[in-house]
Design a protein around this ligand. Structure first.
Ligand SMILES: [Zn+2]
Length: 557
């Protein structure tokens, strides 16, 4: 009995002295870095210590040296800039990965070049296999005319074609695809969609929004292997550009299954928050999970909805007609016909504790969603819900305050501003353009921003987003000092919105989004100091290394 007591006492004493004299050594120390932590308690530092998948200390080189043990890996950052890993709050990850292998049409600057590339791909495509993707952009052509099926029919006789406009709100189908979809001159426009016709009343092949679904319905789903291949490509690409977390908007369930499989195999190198379409609300309600359910690599619990279309396809829903199309003020999406259908689904989702992420672009589309959010707030009472409006592009003056009052997060994509800024004023005029991609006005109203790209609609590379947010220099070079320059963000603001802001938008700001003790060790080492170089040069900055949970997932050659 006595001996046992003594043993316990000795053990206890040793545990105390061990604790006092040593702490666990870090697995990894990154030192000699210029760290921008996005942690207001300590914005700048030189070194960081990582144990397991977490940051354990951030400080000066000597402070962090104290965490060094015999097995600690040392990474000398050679004075380069280290920032938290980027969290893209709005991506279409599988489409992005798929796009890396698809025909590339976005930079085809004439119909001739467009046709040449389609012909080239058709030769390499097996008979009856669909040709998809492309991301064409007719605004880069002179004149800017929508492509028609006649351009490509003769070179794609045995290949059904459904080529996406880069904004994802229009496709060009060839005659074979129209035939397979059963679309003729007599087919009526579906709710929320437009079948474009020529002067003779025949479909031109251009199908807007819900009209594209008529074709999508007949395209065979990718096989499991094809889907997995796309996701693996996307993961690889994300790591190479410093994106450590993504929020996947409207994934198929099959995508989530592949994420889950990759996670089991230890191959998931990007953290995923997946938000399936709200049409599937009953599934998540039945399971009984709430927002942001899951682990650090894979979570669900949000639902994505569409209120309207896009500005480029003239389907974003506005209070007043487009300046260049006096009889058109855009469309509510098919899921908003009637609006009560959307309201009922959102009420149900909210009652179950699920998060809402709603695509709304035109001022009337955004306003209609804020109306629904306000109704839910009234019906169910106040709660920390983190409602989001995806894109939030063209704001009515009255709605900035409502946005703030309802604590809605603006999930925005700055690259769209420098892209659409080329032609948006022609479509919606100067006044509406002044409240377009109004990032500064949002901040002034106390609205939180989460940054992203909408990849595959825009490039995933965060340097292009930082460049866009800080310069607002349109892609055509016509606004070198910025398109509505008063809406520029500082690089510090843009980085914060792209890391901590995006983490907040997925209920993870206590877990990631800054280089702080106890947070996940998701970090990116950059070739140049984005905080001090001329913002114009940010677009050329390269990622040197990317760590996710302290694991090196990318290293530049
Ligand atoms: Zn999107």
């Amino acid at each position: 009995m006595k001996r046992h007591f003594l043993q316990v006492a000795i053990l206890f004493a040793c545990a105390v002295c061990a604790f006092a004299q040593t702490k666990p050594a870090a697995d990894l120390i990154i030192h000699n870095a210029k760290i921008w932590t996005v942690d207001r308690a300590r914005p700048e530092a030189e070194a960081v210590a990582i144990l397991g998948d977490r940051i354990v200390a951030v400080g000066s080189n000597p402070e962090i040296e104290a965490w060094r043990g015999p097995n600690t890996r040392m990474q000398d950052a050679a004075g380069k800039r280290l920032v938290p890993g980027f969290n893209d709050s709005h991506v279409h990850f599988t489409s992005g990965g798929q796009q890396l292998d698809n025909v590339q049409l976005n930079d085809a600057t004439s119909p001739q070049e467009f046709v040449r590339r389609v012909a080239d791909r058709a030769k390499k495509t097996a008979k009856d296999e669909w040709m998809l993707g492309g991301d064409w952009d007719e605004t880069k052509w002179t004149p800017a005319q929508l492509p028609t099926k006649e351009l490509i029919d003769s070179i794609t006789l045995q290949t059904p074609v459904a080529l996406d406009r880069y904004d994802g709100h229009m496709i060009l189908a060839n005659s074979l695809a129209l035939k397979l979809a059963g679309i003729t001159a007599k087919t009526p426009d579906p709710d929320g969609g437009v079948i474009v016709h020529d002067a003779q009343g025949n479909p031109t092949g251009a199908l807007k929004d819900a009209a594209a679904d008529l074709v999508y319905k007949v395209i065979p789903d990718p096989t499991h292997d094809q889907r997995r291949h796309s996701i693996e490509r996307a993961l690889e690409h994300a790591a190479s550009v410093g994106v450590t977390s993504v929020q996947h908007m409207n994934p198929d369930y099959a995508d989530i299954a592949i994420y889950s499989g990759l996670l089991d195999e230890g191959k998931l190198t990007t953290r995923i928050y997946a938000a399936p379409l709200i049409s599937q609300v009953d599934d998540q309600v039945k399971i009984g999970i709430g927002h942001a359910f899951g682990g650090s690599y894979l979570r669900i619990g949000a639902l994505k909805s569409y209120a309207d279309g896009s500005l480029g396809s003239a389907t974003a829903y506005f209070f007043d007609p487009f300046n260049d199309q006096p009889n058109n003020r855009g469309l509510l999406s098919d899921a908003m016909h009637p609006v009560s259908l959307m309201r009922d689904r959102m009420m149900k989702a909210d009652a179950a504790g699920l998060q809402l992420c709603t695509h709304a672009i035109g001022d009337a589309g955004i306003s209609t969603i804020l109306d629904i959010y306000a109704e839910i707030d009234k019906a169910h009472g106040a709660r920390d819900r983190r409602w989001r409006i995806e894109h939030a592009q063209h704001m009515a003056t009255k709605d900035f305050d409502r946005f703030a009052q309802l604590h809605v997060i603006a999930s925005v994509q700055p690259y769209h501003a420098i892209d659409d800024g080329r032609w948006a004023e022609g479509r919606i005029g100067h006044d509406r353009s002044s409240r377009t991609y109004a990032f500064r006005t949002f901040l002034n109203h106390g609205v939180r921003l989460a940054l992203g790209t909408d990849w595959n609609v825009a490039p995933l590379n965060p340097m292009l987003t930082l460049y866009a947010a800080t310069t607002r220099a349109t892609l055509d070079g016509k606004n070198p000092n910025g398109w509505f320059p008063e809406q520029k963000l500082t690089v510090q603001e843009a980085i914060e919105a792209y890391t901590l802001g995006s983490a907040y938008a997925e209920f993870q700001e206590n877990v990631k989004g800054s280089i702080s003790p106890d947070k996940l060790a998701d970090m990116v080492l950059l070739s140049d100091d984005v905080l001090t170089i001329d913002p114009v040069k940010i677009r050329d900055v390269k990622v040197l290394k990317t760590w996710v949970g302290g694991k090196l997932v990318y290293s530049a050659k």
